[in-house]
Design a protein around this ligand. Structure first.
Ligand code: MN
Ligand code: MN
Length: 414
């Protein structure tokens, strides 16, 4: 039986009077308030007088997750690139210590500036010591982790992070990640859409591709010490023991004076005009994060992340929870609407107008990620409010009620 499309509803009077009921359990006849099970109607590609039913073949589960693709608003027009890719559709790489999957320019071709990885580490499991060409920004989604890093002055860094914490490793800085009690899951963001998790510089890989005589000379020990090196195929993400300390190893150069972590949730949010809030973290607050700026947006049911655009960078989105939809306006009469839920990636090219509407019954939480050192946006509402009214009215022929409602401070969320 298909259980995914069933939900509990309350009978209003007689159970049989509820539309869509295909089978009425006997118990439902006994009391008018008994909860019964009914099928949701299958969504159809119909918008007003446009469209027609789809007799199939069709994938109803995918259609239900994408109502604005199945039946787009009539304001959508023209051809837009795909602006959605779910991590659930991304190939997963499984290892002894956990797993990781990626959404890069390969999966989402419009995403030139940013690539993302979600990674799970079991308790004690280690993401092998490594570095890469790209900078790495991260958001902790579940559990706790311990990270290590080193700066070019030879100063080390260790910190433990939990849900909502960030880290940032500049390009080339060597680092590690380890799951603490219960393990963890996190989102990694790289400042190049071409990033691939398979192209990092890993410690075991370098050892395996260096003559043992050179290893012996480099470390000043006999060559026999390198007879039983762990093969690279056994590392990457491998099981380990939870570390007992978060104190850095004694370092004659000292520990790094710059923090590679940031407690995003400790930062008070900026309240929207209504229905939500936002936390913006860029290099003005998280100094080391010079190539990635981010905003954690929370939109309550009925709320709207207002119509706006970003002048300085593309926006790469990661949806954490809830349901939302976004229309992206590309200019020249072109616009497209996409629906998003947990685990989805969205994308908006720089300067394209967009909104994000909470279409669900719970809080919508998502990250806006930008390849830049400073967050920047233009609010449509605020722009109109502080522009000579005659110009605004001349452009749009707006009634006075709209002019009176314009907000001189960015509403952020309405
Ligand atoms: Mn890394
Ligand atoms: Mn935006």
């Amino acid at each position: 039986m298909d259980t995914t499309r069933r939900k509990i509803i309350q009978t209003l009077a007689a159970a049989g009077a509820v539309a869509g009921v295909t089978s009425v359990p006997a118990v439902a006849h006994a009391a008018s308030t008994t909860a019964i099970i009914a099928d949701d109607p299958v969504p159809e590609p119909i918008e007003g007088n446009l469209g027609a039913t789809d007799p199939g073949p069709r994938n109803v589960a995918i259609d239900e997750m994408n109502p604005d693709t199945l039946a787009p608003p009539t304001t959508d027009a023209g051809i837009m690139p795909n602006l959605k890719f779910s991590f659930s559709n991304a190939h997963n790489r499984l290892a002894n210590g956990g797993w990781a999957r990626q959404v890069t320019i390969t999966e989402l071709p419009v995403s030139t500036d940013v690539a993302g990885v979600t990674m799970r580490l079991k308790e004690g499991a280690v993401r092998e010591l490594h570095w890469h060409v790209e900078a790495e920004w991260a958001f902790m989604l579940n559990g706790r982790a311990q990270i290590t890093c080193l700066d070019p002055q030879g100063r080390n860094f260790v910190d433990n992070v939990g849900v909502g914490d960030l880290w940032y490793f500049p390009a080339g800085f060597p680092h590690s990640i380890q799951g603490l009690q219960g393990g963890c899951e996190f989102l990694l963001v790289f400042d190049d859409g071409h990033f691939s998790a398979g192209s990092t510089f890993m410690l075991s890989d370098w050892f395996a591709h260096t003559p043992k005589s050179v290893l012996a000379k480099n470390f000043g020990v006999p060559e026999s010490n390198f007879a039983n090196l762990a093969p690279p195929s056994s590392r990457w993400v491998y099981p380990g023991q939870v570390p007992t300390s978060s104190a850095p190893v004694s370092d004659p150069y000292g520990t790094s004076p710059q923090s590679f972590t940031y407690h995003m949730m400790a930062q008070p949010p900026t309240q929207g005009k209504a229905h939500g809030r936002v936390r913006v973290v860029d290099s003005s607050k998280f100094r080391v994060s010079t190539t990635i700026a981010a905003a954690l947006v929370e939109v309550e049911p009925g709320g709207l992340r207002e119509m706006h655009w970003h002048p300085n960078a593309d926006e790469w989105q990661y949806y954490i929870e809830g349901n939302g939809r976004m229309t992206v306006f590309a200019g020249a009469g072109t616009a497209a609407t996409f629906d998003y839920q947990a685990g989805d990636v969205g994308y908006v090219s720089a300067n394209m107008g967009h909104y994000v509407e909470n279409t669900g019954k719970t809080t919508l939480r998502f990250l806006e990620i930008f390849k830049t050192d400073r967050y920047a946006d233009f609010s449509l509402n605020q722009w109109m409010a502080v522009t000579p009214p005659a110009l605004v009215q001349g452009d749009l022929n707006l009634p006075q009620q709209v002019m009176d409602a314009l907000q001189k401070r960015k509403p952020i969320i309405m």
